[in-house]
Ligand binder design. Structure first.
Ligand code: ZN
Length: 160
């Protein structure tokens, strides 16, 4: 049985899918990303006539969150009609900020078809800690270092 605390979150992920712009695939996706402080960000997939310009629901939610100053996340719920899994690009973008993310995949019955770690979806992922320490640090570099440091701290495998 589904954790009752998750039910409203699953509903919100599904509701987000109602805004999907999907004239080409017809594949409706909704995502709900929870920041460490509990703030929720919803996203849907937004397709484009130039197909590669399409953005997935998961990345929509992530870029909304990051653009509002949020960088740590603990939960992602993805709704698709058939319990589909995040694409590789989304797995990679999520790994940048939340390698320890818990991912729930739900389907039309609002049943959880997957409840696991992002690292199981993206084993041996490439993240900020994978880059050498002497990388260039521009205006955004300082922030990247913060992300790297917190990632290393959480995992307890930092070299510093
Ligand atoms: Zn994707």
């Amino acid at each position: 049985m589904t954790d009752p605390n998750l039910v409203p979150l699953i509903r919100r992920a599904r509701e987000a899918s109602t805004h999907a712009y999907i004239p080409y695939s017809g594949y409706r996706v909704g995502a709900l990303l929870r920041a460490a402080d509990g703030t929720l960000f919803a996203g849907c997939n937004v397709e484009n006539a130039a197909y590669p310009a399409t953005i997935c629901a998961e990345r929509t939610a992530l870029v909304k969150a990051v653009s509002e100053g949020y960088r740590t996340f603990d939960l992602l719920i993805v709704y698709t009609p058939n319990g589909g899994s995040p694409c590789g690009i989304c797995r990679q973008m999520l790994y940048e900020f939340a390698p320890d993310l818990r991912v729930l995949l739900v389907d039309d019955r609002e049943a959880i078809v997957y409840d696991g770690a992002l690292t199981d979806l993206l084993p041996r992922g490439f993240g900020p800690a994978s880059l050498p320490d002497n990388r260039s640090q521009g205006e955004d570099g300082a922030r990247t270092v913060d992300t790297v440091d917190s990632t290393k701290k959480r995992r307890g495998n930092g070299r510093r």
